[in-house]
Design a protein around this ligand. Structure first.
Ligand code: DOR
Length: 446
C-alpha cells in the first residue's frame, strides 16, 4: 500500500490551528502527530508551513451532465474542483433529462465512475408529480432532494402547494431548497419591462429577484419544515432579511440549516456595472449591506455551510441581454481562494472557513468518514499557500466554459496541493495522479 507523509503543516481542524505531520496509508489517514518519521517507502511532501485543511465538500454544483455538456461535464468540472481544493461535490438535478427518478440517479452515478476527480453524490429533483420516487428513495441513493421553490435555470419549479406539502411530510432524506417567490418575481419583471422595455439593465436584477421575494419563499420553506418536522437545508441565501429565520444553536440541535455561496460573500450589486450578466445568478447578488449581513451570519453560526453553486454557461450565452442571459457563474476553482482573501481581510477566520466548507457539510449530510482530518478518515486534504499570490487567467482555468468572473484578479493565496482518497490529484498548478473520485456514502436519512 502506498504511503504519503505530509510534514511541517499548519493544520486547521476542529476549531484549532496546530503544527502537524500527517501520515496517509492507502486512502486513509493513519497518523497525525507533531513529528512523524518517514517510513522507507513513503513519499514525503514538505508543507513548509502551508495551511493544511480537510478538502472542501461543495454541496451545490451544476456539472451539467447529462445533456448540457457544452457548458461543462463531470470530468472537466471535477478537474476544476480539485484545482480549487474541493475534494467532494454534490451535483444538482436541473440537467437534461432532469434527475427526477431513481433510475436517472443511478445513470448519473454510473457516468461519474472513473471520470470524477473528486468524490461525488447527486440530488434527486422534486417535482409537482414525483412523490412516489421521493418516497422510495433510500439513504445512499441521493445526498438529498432538491426543491426549486423558485423558478431558475432548468424549469423545475415546484409550485403546487399540495405537492410541496407532501414532499416536506414524506421526504425520507434531507430537503434542500432554492427559495425565491416566483409570483413576486413575475410582478417585478412586469414592472421593469414597463419601465425599460426589453432592454432591462443588469442593475435591476436584485430588484426583480428581490429580497422580499427571497424572504417570502424561505419563510414558507421554514414553516413547512417546522410543521412536518422535516430536515431542511436552505441553499444560497442572499439577504440580511432572511437571517432572522435561522438559529445560532449548535448544529446537533438544528433541523433547519442555512447556506451562503462564495459569490454572495464576495460581490455586491456595485459589480453589475463592470461584470454585467457575467454575475447574473439566481438568487441575485444584492446590496453591500446584505453581503455584510451574510458574513456576520457565517461568523455567528446562523449560516452553517459555505458552498459555490458553481453554474457554468458559455460566454456566448452569458453575453446575451438581461432576460436572455442564463443565470449562474463558474466558481468551483476559486472558492477557497475567495474565502482566504476574506480571512486575510479579517472578515472570517481560517477555522470558520474549515468549519463551514467541510465539517458542517459532513455533519449535516451525514457524509461517512470525510470532512475532518482524523485518523481512520479518508485522506481528502488541501494545502494552501497564503504567501503566494495567484492571478486568474484564461490559461489557468480548467472549466469547459473557459471563463471566470475573476479573470485578471489576483488572489492572495494559491492552492498548492490537493489530495483525494490518499492520492495527490493536483500539485504545483497541474492535475496529477489517477482519477480517484469515489461515490460518497451517507449515514443518515431524515
Ligand atoms: O444562478 C443559478 N444558476 N441559479 C440556479 O438556481 C441554477 C443555476 C444554473 O443551473 O445555472
Amino acid at each position: 500500500m502506498s504511503s504519503l507523509l505530509i510534514t511541517n503543516a499548519r493544520l486547521v481542524n476542529e476549531g484549532k490551528v496546530s503544527d502537524a505531520d500527517v501520515l496517509i496509508r492507502g486512502e486513509r489517514i493513519e497518523k497525525i502527530a507533531k513529528s512523524i518519521n518517514p517510513a522507507d517507502n513513503a513519499r514525503v511532501l514538505d508543507a513548509a508551513g502551508r495551511w493544511l485543511l480537510p478538502g472542501m465538500i461543495d454541496d451545490q454544483v451544476h456539472f451539467r451532465e447529462p445533456g448540457l455538456t457544452h457548458k461543462g461535464d463531470i470530468a472537466s468540472e471535477s478537474a476544476a474542483a480539485v484545482a480549487g481544493g474541493v475534494t467532494s461535490f454534490m451535483d444538482m438535478p436541473n440537467v437534461s433529462p432532469q434527475t427526477t427518478t431513481r433510475e436517472a440517479l443511478s445513470d448519473k452515478y454510473a457516468a461519474a465512475g472513473g471520470r470524477a476527480r473528486a468524490n461525488y453524490a447527486f440530488y434527486l429533483g422534486g417535482t409537482n408529480r414525483n412523490l412516489e420516487e421521493i418516497k422510495a428513495l433510500k439513504v445512499n441513493e441521493a445526498c438529498g432532494i432538491k426543491v426549486f421553490m423558485g423558478a431558475s435555470t432548468g424549469d423545475m419549479l415546484v409550485d403546487d402547494p399540495d405537492a410541496l406539502t407532501k414532499i416536506f411530510a414524506d421526504a425520507p432524506v434531507l430537503i434542500v431548497t432554492h427559495c425565491e417567490h416566483s409570483p413576486t418575481i413575475r410582478d417585478n419583471e412586469a414592472r421593469a419591462k414597463a419601465e425599460f422595455g426589453a432592454d432591462v439593465p443588469m442593475s435591476e436584477h436584485p430588484k426583480i429577484r428581490s429580497a422580499t421575494a427571497c424572504l417570502a419563499s424561505s419563510s414558507i420553506a421554514v414553516d413547512l419544515a417546522r410543521r412536518y418536522n422535516a430536515r431542511l437545508h436552505v441553499l444560497h441565501l442572499t439577504t440580511g432579511l432572511e437571517m432572522g429565520l435561522f438559529s445560532r444553536a449548535s448544529r446537533s440541535e438544528k433541523n433547519i440549516t442555512a447556506e451562503v455561496c462564495v459569490h454572495h460573500l464576495w460581490f455586491d450589486e456595485s459589480r453589475y456595472e463592470d461584470l454585467g450578466t457575467r454575475i447574473k445568478c439566481n438568487p441575485a447578488i444584492k446590496t453591500a449591506k446584505d453581503r455584510e449581513a451574510l458574513v456576520s451570519a457565517v461568523n455567528d453560526g446562523r449560516i452553517d455551510i459555505i458552498a459555490t453553486d458553481h453554474a457554468p454557461h458559455t460566454l456566448a450565452e452569458k453575453k446575451r441581454s438581461y432576460f436572455k442571459a442564463p443565470a449562474g457563474l463558474p466558481l468551483v476553482q476559486h472558492a477557497l481562494q475567495i474565502l482566504f482573501d476574506l480571512a486575510r481581510d479579517s472578515q472570517l477566520s481560517v477555522e470558520t472557513i474549515v468549519e463551514r466548507t467541510s465539517h458542517a457539510v459532513a455533519d449535516i449530510f451525514g457524509v461517512v468518514d470525510r470532512g475532518y482530518v482524523r485518523e481512520g478518515y479518508f485522506a481528502d486534504l488541501v494545502l494552501i499557500d497564503s504567501e503566494k499570490p495567484y492571478t486568474v487567467e484564461a490559461s489557468n482555468l480548467l472549466y469547459k466554459c473557459h471563463w471566470s468572473p475573476f479573470e485578471g484578479h489576483t488572489f492572495s493565496s494559491t492552492i498548492d496541493t490537493t489530495v483525494v482518497n490518499g492520492t495527490v490529484v493536483f500539485h504545483d498548478g497541474q492535475l496529477a495522479g489517477d482519477v480517484v473520485g469515489q461515490r460518497l456514502q451517507f449515514s443518515r436519512g431524515r
